[in-house]
Design a protein around this ligand. Structure first.
Ligand SMILES: [Zn+2]
Length: 52
């Protein structure tokens, strides 16, 4: 299960990143948080699919 976090950049943007290698840059902390939440939700959906 992924856990995405966010970190502010020197230029004022905010990077959302995950230990799985996923990352994305957003203009605001709120947008980065949204992206992080969506990433976790996307991965959860994939992992909840039937294994067959
Ligand atoms: Zn991830």
């Amino acid at each position: 299960m992924c856990y995405a976090d966010t970190a502010a950049n020197d230029d004022g943007t905010v990077t959302a990143f995950c230990y799985c290698g996923w990352s994305t840059v957003r203009a605001t902390p709120e947008a980065a948080d949204d992206a992080a939440v969506c990433h976790r939700a996307d991965i959860d959906d994939v992992e909840s699919l039937p294994a067959d």
